[in-house]
Write a protein that binds this ligand. Structure first.
Ligand SMILES: C[S@@+](CC[C@H](N)C(=O)[O-])C[C@H]1O[C@@H](n2cnc3c(N)ncnc32)[C@H](O)[C@@H]1O
Length: 232
């Protein structure tokens, strides 16, 4: 199976158990020291009450936000992760791929105050899923994308878009499959948002409290003019 997109989705089925353990046992240092709080603070800053979690994984974000009265709908392409999210509660979770979401964006609801992609945009072609996110946002809503920091956090040179591979070596045993993921530069992230009809408002770079290295890039965008829309 050479197609990286298929291997990417398959890896989240194969690694569901190990990933769930890593998240729930706080094994991922960058999350523990900075990036979990960064996305939670960004959601809180919006005052969001209804949120769509795109690529929700095992559902930690919903569980955190449910305690604050936020209604969360999550979906993910790994049935194994969705089952685990559902068992743990905190939101309504659905098994759905990004392709399925893009085909009919409002199938899980619309008018969301916030749509979150927390380390979940890993494919090469993210235009359709970004446009679907835009479609289900309320006019006042915001899209939050947290991702690997393009400059210092994520990748060996050369600094250019392309497929990379994550082996999860730092997370201990149990990972049965490497995960292909598509690295993109800061310029490409900004262009992807613009081409999907999203206006970038803010760009945050959560730092490691010990090394001062940026651990992620967090983009805040809102619906702009529809790039392919009907003339008014
Ligand atoms: C690194 S995990 C992040 C999970 C969660 N957002 C979190 O913060 O823990 C990436 C998630 O994106 C999901 N994902 C990646 N590509 C997908 C696709 N094409 N369709 C549906 N889910 C996808 C994976 O199944 C996985 O759960």
């Amino acid at each position: 199976m050479d197609d990286p997109e298929r291997r990417l989705v398959a890896s989240w089925r194969a690694n569901a158990r190990a990933w769930t353990r890593s998240v729930r046992e706080g094994r991922i240092e960058s999350r523990r020291v900075a990036t979990d709080r960064a996305i939670l603070d960004a959601v809180r800053g919006l005052g969001a009450r209804r949120l769509l979690d795109v690529g929700c994984g095992e559902g930690w974000l919903a569980r955190e936000l449910a305690q604050e009265g936020v209604t969360v709908v999550g979906f993910d392409g790994s049935r194994e992760l969705v089952v685990r999210a559902d068992q743990a509660g905190g939101g309504r979770f659905h098994h759905l791929t990004y392709a399925g979401f893009a085909e009919n964006p409002s199938r899980l609801g619309d008018g969301f105050d916030a749509v979150v992609c927390n380390f979940s945009l890993l494919s090469e072609d993210i235009g359709p899923v970004l446009r679907a996110c835009r479609a289900v946002l309320a006019p006042h809503g915001a899209l939050l994308v947290q991702t690997v920091h393009p400059v210092l956090g994520g990748s060996e040179p050369p600094y250019q878009d392309g497929w990379r591979e994550e082996r999860f070596d730092a997370l201990g045993e149990g990972f049965r499959s490497a995960m292909p993921w598509f690295f993109r530069t800061l310029a490409t992230w900004i262009r992807e948002l613009r081409e999907a009809g999203l206006q970038l408002h803010e760009c945050r770079e959560p730092l490691s409290p010990t090394t001062g290295v940026p651990l992620s890039l967090l983009l805040v965008a809102s619906p702009g003019p529809d790039p392919g829309g009907e003339p008014c």
